[in-house]
Design a protein around this ligand. Sequence first.
Ligand SMILES: *[C@@H]1O[C@H](CO)[C@@H](O)[C@H](O)[C@H]1NC(C)=O
Ligand SMILES: *[C@@H]1O[C@H](CO)[C@@H](O)[C@H](O)[C@H]1NC(C)=O
Ligand SMILES: *[C@@H]1O[C@H](CO)[C@@H](O)[C@H](O)[C@H]1NC(C)=O
Ligand SMILES: *[C@@H]1O[C@H](CO)[C@@H](O)[C@H](O)[C@H]1NC(C)=O
Ligand SMILES: *[C@@H]1O[C@H](CO)[C@@H](O)[C@H](O)[C@H]1NC(C)=O
Length: 373
Amino acid sequence: MCIIFLFLTLSLSLLPTTTTTTSTGVTYSTPPPSSPSPPPLPDCISTAMTTLNLHSLRLDDPDPSIIRTFLYTNTTLFLTLPNYMVSQIATNRTVALAWLYSHVVPFYPRVNITTISVGNAFLDSYPEHFSDLLPAITNLHLSLRNDLGIRHIQISTTFSFVSAISSPFPPSSAVFQEPPGATNSFFGSLLQFLQETNSSFLINIYPYNLYRLRPEIPLGLALFQDHAFNFRDDLLTGVRYRNLFDMMVDAVVSAMAVEGYETIPVVVAETGWPSGSANGNEVDANPGYAEIYLEGLVKHLASGTGTPLLKDGVREVYVYEMFDKEAKEGRDWGLLYPNGTMKYDIDFSGTSSFKGVSAILSLLLVMWLCLLE
Ligand SMILES: *[C@@H]1O[C@H](CO)[C@@H](O)[C@H](O)[C@H]1NC(C)=O
Ligand SMILES: *[C@@H]1O[C@H](CO)[C@@H](O)[C@H](O)[C@H]1NC(C)=O
Ligand SMILES: *[C@@H]1O[C@H](CO)[C@@H](O)[C@H](O)[C@H]1NC(C)=O
Ligand SMILES: *[C@@H]1O[C@H](CO)[C@@H](O)[C@H](O)[C@H]1NC(C)=O
Ligand SMILES: *[C@@H]1O[C@H](CO)[C@@H](O)[C@H](O)[C@H]1NC(C)=O
């Protein structure tokens, strides 16, 4: 183990130390057909991006009409192929090609699609089908490169932190948790694919969930609060952590290093803090804490300091989620109310002034479009 830690420390300290800014985006997932309220109009989603002053959008199981509204804009799109299609695509490349024909071919490159995730937390929903994941990714990749000749969209899959990483404390001791029943290295093979295709490792990181699972974690550490005593030391590496987000990112980096792939870029495909919950016992799901978390996150990413093990920081972060909706365990995650007004007074771009005239105009426009429903 010591050799691994030494290797980790050495190899990570040799990485370039220029500060780069992580790009921040937001997620939008199509409500399930059973949802009581109709989905917002596609134009409402593109206008909401302007309100939020963001240029990266992650769409879960997207309707092509939403993708269409981003023609000739400089918003980059990250598309997620739904979990229920993964096993079909693993066995039948025609299904992969058909999905690309409806979601990518009509729009690319006039819509800047950068990433396709094959499933989202697929192992959590279909643990017994883990062995379909890599064949599905490979089939989609082959369809894209060989059948369509598209080379600049990366293909990956998205994991949830809690199920993919075991022993995250301290971060340097983290390793990947192989799916139950996996005989050879599932994560090793996946990371090899990502390295060979120049793709990123995608992971959903919710300090909120880890904080709830581990009573010893102080709230301030989860909320990016700067107090003198608000830290945790990784005694194995001598690194001091001042927020749980960095600890979780570094646990991912350490797990990748154990497999020998610590240079693969990391993208946080979802993060956030709920502003409310249908369960009465979730007192920490409130708008005050949600705003503190999001503000802390934006400020931390804008600082360009990265994490102790990843000086360049994660490549992209997507905040979950654009609108409130009744989905994830009865919690409210929206940055915007269903009527399109902002829930928080936060400049998500971390750079320009949110209160500019164009932002106010777009806010009026989004309210108008969203109230049309
Ligand atoms: C394009 O995106 C950048 C940020 O990535 C932004 O600063 C710029 O204003 C955008 N340009 C247009 C025309 O929307
Ligand atoms: C693959 O999918 C296509 C389209 O759904 C279908 O027509 C074809 O029969 C499938 N092939 C196999 C071998 O299942
Ligand atoms: C798409 O977005 C990426 C990342 O922002 C950028 O590097 C690239 O130039 C964009 N491509 C086009 C065609 O605008
Ligand atoms: C890998 O991807 C990055 C950005 O996503 C790009 O700048 C670089 O040129 C790519 N390298 C190769 C070998 O494709
Ligand atoms: C939008 O909804 C929120 C929460 O329900 C409410 O507080 C706000 O007043 C609404 N705004 C408009 C313009 O209806």
